[in-house]
Design a binder for this molecule. Structure first.
Ligand SMILES: *[C@@H]1O[C@H](CO)[C@@H](O)[C@H](O)[C@H]1NC(C)=O
Ligand SMILES: *[C@@H]1O[C@H](CO)[C@@H](O)[C@H](O)[C@H]1NC(C)=O
Ligand SMILES: *[C@@H]1O[C@H](CO)[C@@H](O)[C@H](O)[C@H]1NC(C)=O
Ligand SMILES: *[C@@H]1O[C@H](CO)[C@@H](O)[C@H](O)[C@H]1NC(C)=O
Length: 452
């Protein structure tokens, strides 16, 4: 626990002293002021800069097959014997790019209802088993995501397991990451039954093993990606958190050297009262009522958390097995006419169009902050020694903003929380299954680029 954060801090200080040395070249620089500068720059590193704009293109591209290839691919998809589409034969650069994140939902009878049901997948968590808890409308299952310029292929468990044979994949994040993890377990278990290898007492960390494909799928639960603890008063929780912006959460960081794939996400826990620490010193707060400390918005903390997490991954010298780092972007909640504790609900029965989505909402800001930090980490990786790690984005934010119908709402069977609706997690089966289609597509793409 200590080792990973210390290693990380050392690297940080080192980099910053170096940067300041370069700036201060030729200028007489007193050693003490250098130290001061280093400390301050460490802090300002996290100040959100509205002037830096990272282009949003080029990170989540997927190759558009030529018309002929597309036809071939469709034929392949209909032929039950083919598992993996033929990799494109043209060089990467000549391929047109298709952004999988931009598109719309189209009616499809072969939608997520055809992947699994609550009887063919026995591991659906009770709280996501919406039909068991009285959800009656089923139309929300009959849609597929159609990217503007290409098709997003159906999820093929065979193809997925084939590609991750012998590997370990971790989902790192909060309960929505867990939702994705559980959906993937259901999708894959239609092909091979996994063995449960590990489950902690609070059911936050979990590990499944697919023996035929020697594939390990593990859930590493982390609310913030960085170190965060809830303040306790007289043995009870307070809802107030202390967050260390420069310390990565050791619960997942210590597991990193065992992984080949890491799927990182987060965001839902940052809208709480928080005290922010940098190098053990209080540097600000979120939603607090102290007049004498700097107040930040949640996006500041989200940016810091993702930056620290990605920096840690880039700096990890023992993480030699890591092949691909995946960012799964923020999936919005859909409380309407109230928030979770003031009677908000989500009882729509179909998707909305992109025109009906409010992109000024904070959800979209969270997604953009995550994308910016991911791009930044990817660029820094390219400049450093650690080439060879794939950076891929499963950018589901836009698609999921259009799916207010995909949540359990009142159908989540929690008798203690009666009256509260769950408009944050996603029914299984449901639109959440698309995230694994997207994941499969970007892993496939990465593999085909590598083989060219
Ligand atoms: C599956 O859903 C049906 C309603 O569609 C429900 O009656 C049944 O109890 C559920 N079964 C399980 C095992 O969850
Ligand atoms: C904690 O417990 C002590 C002793 O019982 C009491 O005096 C104090 O008011 C409590 N603090 C809070 C915040 O409830
Ligand atoms: C929320 O309230 C508004 C205004 O009262 C109404 O137009 C809208 O239909 C409501 N949303 C839902 C999902 O019922
Ligand atoms: C959703 O719930 C609200 C409040 O209970 C209700 O007024 C509305 O008619 C419901 N809409 C649907 C589509 O069931």
């Amino acid at each position: 626990m200590k080792t990973s954060s210390t290693m990380f801090q050392d690297k940080h200080h080192h980099n910053h002293s170096k940067r300041w040395l370069t700036i201060g070249k030729g200028v007489p620089f007193v050693l003490t002021s250098l130290l001061m500068a280093s400390v301050f720059s460490l802090f300002f590193l996290y100040a959100p800069n509205p002037l830096t704009h990272t282009p949003q293109q080029g990170h989540d591209i997927f190759q558009i097959p030529s018309q002929k290839q597309q036809q071939q691919q469709q034929q392949h998809e209909h032929a039950t014997t083919t598992e993996v589409p033929v990799p494109p034969s043209k060089p990467h650069k000549e391929q047109k790019a298709c952004d999988l994140s931009k598109g719309h939902w189209v009616p499809d009878r072969e939608g997520s209802s055809s992947y699994y049901t609550n009887s063919s997948c026995s591991t659906i968590p009770d709280s996501k088993n919406c039909f068991k808890h009285g959800r009656e409308d089923r139309d929300f299952l009959n849609w597929k995501w159609k990217p503007e310029q290409c098709e997003l292929p159906r999820f093929e468990p065979k193809a997925f397991l084939h590609m991750v044979r012998g590997k370990t994949m971790a989902f790192i994040g909060d309960s929505v990451a867990r939702n994705h993890f559980d959906s993937l377990v259901c999708l894959l278990s239609q092909e091979e039954s996994p063995k449960e290898m590990y489950k902690d007492s609070e059911d936050r960390f979990r590990k499944w093993y697919f023996p035929i494909h020697e594939f390990t799928l593990t859930m590493l639960w982390s609310r913030f990606l960085i170190e965060g603890t809830e303040r306790m008063v007289n043995g009870t929780t307070t809802g107030v958190f202390d967050l260390h912006l420069d310390r990565v959460d050791a619960d997942w960081a210590t597991q990193l050297p065992t992984l080949h794939y890491a799927v990182i996400s987060g965001g839902h826990w940052f809208f709480r009262v928080m005290h922010l620490f940098q190098a053990q010193a209080l540097v600000g707060c979120v939603y607090c009522d102290h007049p004498d400390i700097t107040h930040y918005n949640p996006d500041f903390t989200i940016r810091a958390a993702f930056r620290t997490a990605f920096n840690h991954i880039n700096a990890c010298k023992h993480c030699t097995t890591m092949e691909t780092l995946v960012l799964r972007t923020f999936a919005p909640a859909h409380f309407e006419n109230g928030s979770w504790d003031t009677g908000g609900y989500c009882n729509r029965t179909g998707p909305v169009t992109e025109g009906e989505v409010d992109f000024d909402k904070f959800d979209w800001t969270v997604r953009n902050v995550q994308m910016e930090e991911f791009e930044r980490a990817k660029k820094e990786r390219g400049l450093g020694l650690g080439l060879g790690l794939g950076f891929e984005v499963v950018d589901v934010a836009r698609a999921m903003l259009m799916r207010p119908d995909g949540h359990p709402g009142e159908h989540w069977g929690n008798k203690w929380m009666k009256g509260y609706n769950d408009c944050t997690h996603w029914c299984m089966p449901g639109p959440v299954d698309m995230w694994s289609q997207f994941l499969l597509a970007v892993i496939k793409r990465r593999n085909s680029v590598q083989t060219i």
